[in-house]
Design a protein around this ligand. Structure first.
Ligand code: SF4
Length: 762
C-alpha cells in the first residue's frame, strides 16, 4: 500500500489581514449586496434569481444551511438571509471538477491547500475512486462503486467494523434508508453530526422535559415577554431568527443576550425584507448584554434564581407555584440547594457586574412568557448537559413551559440534523423502533449499542473499524482532535464520501476511497418525467417538503435516497425483505415506510401541502408522564470547575461570518471587523498587555490534556472585547486542540467551547 504524503491541516500561511471596528448593525443593504454578489459570482444572474425566488417557498426547496423554520402562514418574498443565499450559491455553483481534474491534481498536492481553496473548485460531477496504490482519483461507474463497497462489507468479520456517519444535510428519506441499511447490514454504528453539537441539548431536555427537542414554535417568539439568547450568534448562524426577535421587540418583548462576545446581530438588525430595514437605522435587539465568562452560565443562572427566589419569598408570586405544584418535581430540593451558594462567589465566577444582574432580575421578575434559545455556547463543554438543565430550571420555576410564547429553543445549525435523528439515525438502541421495523419491514435490527462520533474516531484509530461511510459532511474537519481523527480515517481499508463538493475528508482517506457525488437541495430530481420531492424537519419539529428546480450540475450524479437504495440492493443481491429497488425509484414508498415505522410521521395529507406539519411534542401538551413521578424535573447542577494556571487561558471555538460549519465561503468576518484572514486569536486588550503581545503578533496555541500536547500553529493576535483570560478563534483550524477523549458528561459532545490553552510567541 502506498503511503500518501497528505497534509492534514492544509495551508497555514497568512493572507493580508485588515481590521476595522466590529460592525454595529447586521444585515441591511450591505447584507443584500453581499448575498447577491456571492450568488451572481457562483451561479450567474439568471440561475441566481430563479433559485433565490424558490428558496424556503411553499412549493420550493428548503435552505441547505441552518434549520430555522419558515413562518406557519407561508413565506414572504425573499424568505432567506445572506448566509442562506451564500449556502445556496456555494452548492448551486456552476463550477465543477471531474476525473480529468483529479488526473491533473494529486490528493497530496490538493491537501496542501486551505479548506477555503478546496471549496472553491466547485461541484464533483462523477463518481471517483482513489485506489490504494494511487494518489489520483479516477472515474468509476456507479455499479462498480456499489459492488466494491458491497464486497468489502461482505468481507468484514463483524458488521460493527463498519461505521455509517450522517451529516445534517440529508433529507428524512435519505437518512431513513441509510439507517435501515446500516441496521439490515447488522450494526448500530450510526454516529451523526449532532453528536458533535446538540447532543447535550437532547440529553438535558429528555431528562428534564421528556423530549430531546425544543418546545416552542416560531410564532411563540413573537409575543414572548423575555427571550434569552444564550451562547449563540444568530446574526451569522441563523440570521432569520433576527426577524422573529425584531417582531418580539415590536410587541414589547425584551431580549437578553448571554455570551462572552457581544455579537453584532444582537446589537442592531436592519431587516432586509422592509424598506425601513434597508434605508432606516434598524432595530436594536438586545436590551441587555451579559458578557458571561466562558462556561460560567451555571453561576449566572444560580445567581438570578437566588435573587428571584428571595423576591418570591417576600412577594409569593415570582415563581409560578400553581404550575410547579401540578407539573414540576424537585422544587423543595432546588430551593434548599440554591441557599447553599454564596452570591458574591457566583458574581465573581460569572464575571457580570451587579448593575447588569439587577437589570436581568428586573426583566425576569414579572415575566412568565420566557423563551430560552441556545446553541453550541452551552452544549460543547464538559458540563454541557448541566448548562442546559440550569436554564430549564429557570423556565420551570417561572411556569414558562408548555404554554404559548414560552419554552425551550435549541437552535440547530444544520438544516435537517433534527430530522435525521427523528427518522432513525441514532447509535443507541430503541427497542420500540426496532420492533416496528421487524413488524413492518420483516427483519430484526441489531440490539447492541452502536458508536457515536467519539466512539467512531476511537474505533478507527485503534483499528477496530475498517469501513467508514459518510452520508455528507466533512468529518475530518468537523470532528475534534484533527490529527487523531485523521490517523483513524487513514487506518480504514475503505472510506466512502457521499458529497457535493471537495473537502479535506476526500484527501485524507482510507487505503481505498470513493466519492459518490450527489444532488444539491436546489437541484431538480426527475424520475419518469416527474420532479421528486424530499422532506426535512426544522428546528421546531415541523416537517415540510423540499423540491429543487435547477438543472443538476451533471447527469452522472445521483440523489442520496437513490444511491443508498441501489447500494443496499447490490449488497443484498435482491434478496432482502425490503424492496430497495422500488424505493430507489419512488420516494413515496420511503415516506409510507417512515409513516409506519416512525411515530408522528403519519400526517400524509398535510405532507402534500408545502407548509408542513408538526411532529408530536409532549411538552406542548404538558405531558410528562414518561418522567419520574410523571412530572418535569428540576435539577441540582454543580458549578463548573475551571481552574486556570497562571499561564493558561480558556479558548472557545467560533464561526466566522463567511463560514457555514466546516465550509468556508470567504476570509472575512465583517461583523467582528476582520477581513481577509482566519488565523486570528481574539484576545482581551489587558491580557495582551500582560502577555506583552501587540496587535498582529503571531502566537502558537497549545493545549495539554493527559500529558499530550496539541498545537495550532500561527495565529495573529487581535484585541477584542472578550472577558479577561478568555479567548476565541475559528474552527475548524482550532479543532486540533480539542482532545478526542474530553467531552460532555452523558452526551459526549466535544469540549470545543472550553479548551484550556497556553500561548507561545513566534
Ligand atoms: S436563517 Fe438559516 S434557514 Fe433561514 S435562510 Fe438563513 S441560513 Fe437559511
Amino acid at each position: 500500500m502506498l503511503k500518501r504524503e497528505v497534509s492534514i491541516r492544509g495551508s497555514e500561511e497568512f493572507s493580508d489581514i485588515r481590521l476595522k471596528e466590529p460592525m454595529k448593525t447586521a444585515a441591511g443593504m450591505l447584507g443584500v449586496k453581499v448575498a447577491l454578489q456571492h450568488s451572481f459570482k457562483e451561479m450567474g444572474v439568471a440561475r441566481s434569481i430563479r433559485a433565490l425566488s424558490e428558496m424556503n417557498q411553499e412549493d420550493g426547496f428548503d435552505c441547505p444551511s441552518c434549520a430555522w423554520p419558515n413562518p406557519e402562514k407561508g413565506s414572504k418574498v425573499a424568505e432567506y438571509c445572506e448566509n442562506g443565499a451564500k449556502a445556496l450559491a456555494d452548492e448551486a455553483t456552476t463550477k465543477y471538477i471531474n476525473g480529468a481534474f483529479f488526473q491533473k491534481h494529486s490528493v497530496e498536492e490538493l491537501s496542501r491547500l486551505s479548506d477555503y481553496q478546496l471549496n472553491q473548485f466547485g461541484r464533483i460531477t462523477e463518481p471517483l475512486m482513489l485506489k490504494s496504490d494511487s494518489v489520483h482519483y479516477e472515474p468509476i461507474t456507479w455499479q462498480a462503486a456499489y459492488t466494491l463497497i458491497a464486497d468489502q462489507l461482505h468481507q468484514l468479520k463483524n458488521p460493527n467494523e463498519a461505521i455509517f456517519y450522517t451529516s445534517g444535510r440529508s433529507s428524512n428519506e435519505a437518512a431513513y434508508l441509510y439507517g435501515l441499511f446500516a441496521r439490515a447490514f447488522g450494526t448500530n454504528n450510526m454516529p451523526d453530526c449532532s453528536n458533535m453539537c446538540h447532543e447535550s441539548s437532547g440529553v438535558a431536555l429528555s431528562e428534564t422535559l421528556g423530549i430531546g427537542k425544543g418546545s416552542i414554535k416560531l410564532e411563540d417568539l413573537y409575543e414572548a415577554e423575555v427571550v434569552l439568547v444564550v451562547g449563540q450568534n444568530p446574526g451569522t448562524n441563523h440570521p432569520r431568527m433576527l426577524s422573529a426577535l425584531e417582531k418580539c421587540k415590536r410587541n414589547g418583548g425584551k431580549v437578553i443576550s448571554i455570551n462572552p462576545l457581544e455579537e453584532t446581530g444582537l446589537v442592531n438588525f436592519k431587516n432586509p425584507q422592509k424598506a425601513s430595514g434597508l434605508f432606516g437605522k434598524g432595530a436594536d435587539i438586545a436590551d441587555l448584554h451579559l458578557p458571561v465568562r466562558i462556561n460560567q452560565d451555571i453561576p449566572l443562572i444560580k445567581l438570578l434564581l437566588k435573587k428571584l427566589a428571595s423576591l418570591d419569598a417576600t412577594e409569593g408570586n415570582v415563581f409560578d407555584h400553581e404550575f410547579i405544584e401540578q407539573y414540576v418535581d424537585g422544587y423543595a430540593e432546588l430551593i434548599k440547594d440554591l441557599a447553599t451558594y454564596d452570591e458574591q462567589d457566583l458574581l465573581r465566577k460569572c464575571g457580570i457586574d451587579t448593575d447588569n444582574i439587577t437589570a436581568a432580575v428586573r426583566l425576569l421578575h414579572n415575566a412568565s412568557k420566557i423563551v430560552v434559545c441556545w446553541a453550541m455556547g452551552l452544549t460543547q463543554h464538559k458540563n454541557g448537559v448541566e448548562n442546559i438543565k440550569e436554564y430549564v430550571n429557570l423556565l420551570l420555576l417561572k411556569g414558562a413551559i408548555g404554554k404559548p410564547n414560552a419554552g425551550t429553543c435549541p437552535v440547530r445549525g444544520h438544516s435537517n440534523v433534527q430530522g435525521d435523528r427523528s427518522v432513525g439515525i441514532m447509535h443507541h438502541v430503541n427497542h420500540d423502533f426496532n420492533a416496528r421495523i421487524k413488524t413492518h419491514l420483516g427483519f430484526t435490527p441489531p440490539d447492541e449499542e452502536g458508536l457515536d462520533t467519539v466512539g467512531a474516531m476511537k474505533a478507527m484509530y485503534e483499528g477496530d473499524a475498517k469501513i467508514f461511510i459518510c452520508l455528507g459532511g466533512n468529518f475530518l474537519m468537523a470532528a475534534s482532535d484533527t490529527e487523531y481523527t485523521a490517523r483513524g480515517i487513514q487506518n480504514c481499508d475503505l472510506t466512502v464520501q457521499v458529497s457535493t463538493k471537495l473537502n479535506r475528508t476526500h484527501l485524507v482517506t482510507g487505503k481505498t476511497a470513493l466519492i459518490l457525488p450527489t444532488f444539491g437541495r436546489s437541484e431538480k430530481d426527475m424520475k419518469d418525467g416527474n420532479i421528486r420531492y424530499l422532506t426535512m424537519e426544522d428546528s421546531m419539529g415541523r416537517v415540510r417538503r423540499s423540491k429543487g428546480l435547477l438543472r443538476p450540475i451533471s447527469n452522472n450524479i445521483k440523489s442520496e435516497p437513490e444511491l443508498i437504495a441501489e447500494l443496499a440492493d447490490t449488497y443484498f443481491k435482491g434478496n432482502h425483505p425490503v424492496d430497495w429497488k422500488s424505493m430507489s425509484q419512488n420516494y413515496e414508498l420511503i415516506r409510507r415506510s417512515i409513516d409506519k415505522v416512525v411515530k408522528g410521521f403519519e400526517n400524509t395529507k398535510e405532507r402534500s401541502k408545502g407548509v408542513g406539519y408538526y411532529l408530536p411534542n409532549n411538552v406542548r401538551e404538558l405531558d410528562f408522564s414518561m418522567l419520574p413521578n410523571g412530572k418535569a424535573q428540576l435539577s441540582l447542577n454543580q458549578l463548573p470547575d475551571h481552574k486556570l494556571k497562571n499561564d493558561e487561558f480558556m479558548l472557545m471555538t467560533i464561526r466566522s461570518h463567511d463560514q457555514f460549519n466546516t465550509t468556508i465561503y470567504g476570509l472575512d468576518d465583517r461583523y467582528r471587523g476582520v477581513y481577509n484572514e482566519r488565523r486570528v486569536l481574539f484576545m482581551n486588550a489587558s491580557d495582551m498587555q500582560e502577555m506583552k503581545l501587540a496587535k498582529f503578533d503571531v502566537v502558537h496555541l497549545h493545549s495539554s490534556y493527559d500529558g499530550v500536547k496539541r498545537t495550532a500553529n500561527m495565529f495573529k493576535v487581535i484585541p477584542y472585547r472578550i472577558p479577561s483570560r478568555n479567548l476565541a478563534a475559528y474552527f475548524p483550524e482550532t479543532n486540533v486542540l480539542v482532545p478526542y477523549n474530553h467531552f460532555a458528561d452523558k452526551s459526549r459532545t466535544p469540549i470545543s467551547k472550553s479548551i484550556k490553552i497556553t500561548l507561545e510567541k513566534e
